[in-house]
Write a protein that binds this ligand. Structure first.
Ligand code: IMP
Ligand code: MG
Length: 175
């Protein structure tokens, strides 16, 4: 069990809002005149994606995939499978994948490899957070909110055993 008292704010909701404004202006500049397809990785990215698209003023289309790499708890199993696939065709589209956190990189590389095979016109990655200290597979992040230390984080969509997704700030759990 993790109690709310074991949570400390790592990134406040004010800092998150500023980062989203910055990311939105970068994305808007790069996708001007295009109709990008945003692919959110469920479930963690849903809060970030919802805030980001409302700052964009671009004719975006949204789809979701659900991947499973984590079982219950904090450790990755290292094996990724697609639990819920795409509905939108990807061929010829400008695809931007929206992820909550790149940790070992195993999950997102699996998805990017999968999407690349479907021949999008372009394929980029936008991540709210990056935990580079734990990387096992190299990943290049085109749009990044925050680099975070090697701590387990929750809030703003991120969970620990399905809890804490509703928190407005990004918090870390005391060991
Ligand atoms: P990766 O395959 O190790 O990069 O793991 C990526 C996925 O694991 C993310 O999409 C998250 O769902 C989950 N994850 C990794 N680190 C954390 C964390 O610190 N807090 C919450 N979820 C995490
Ligand atoms: Mg995720």
């Amino acid at each position: 069990m993790v109690a709310q008292s074991q949570l400390n704010i790592l990134v406040s909701h004010e800092e998150i809002a500023k980062a989203i404004a910055r990311l939105a202006s970068e994305i808007k500049r790069d996708y001007q005149g295009k109709q990008p397809l945003f692919i959110g990785v469920l479930k963690g990215s849903f809060v970030f994606l919802a805030d980001l698209i409302r700052q964009l003023d671009l004719p975006v289309e949204i789809d979701f995939v659900k991947l499973s790499s984590y079982g219950a708890g904090r450790k990755t199993s290292g094996k990724v499978s697609m639990v819920q696939g795409l509905k939108a065709p990807v061929k010829g589209r400008d695809v931007l994948v929206i992820e909550d956190i790149v940790d070992t990189g195993i999950t997102i590389s699996f998805l990017l490899d999968y999407l690349r095979k479907k021949k999008p016109a372009s394929l980029k990655l936008c991540a709210l957070t990056d935990k580079p200290s734990r990387r096992k597979v190299p990943v290049s992040i085109d749009y990044l909110g925050f680099t975070v230390p090697d701590k387990f984080i929750v809030g703003y969509g991120l969970d620990f055993d399905e809890k804490f997704r509703h928190l407005p700030d990004i918090c870390f759990l005391e060991d």
